[in-house]
Design a protein. Sequence first.
Length: 53
Amino acid sequence: MPHQDDAPDARPHITTTTEQGPFCTARCTCGWRGPARRARSQARRDAENHTGE
């Protein structure tokens, strides 16, 4: 039986943006989190760059 670490991570990266006060942050189901941004568009761009879409 192969070691579990050898299996590719088949879970999709699902990103969302959340707002905290004047800042917006992109987050992913894999645990990644982008920097806090004042512009929602930049937070969305961070998420797109993370997923490669």
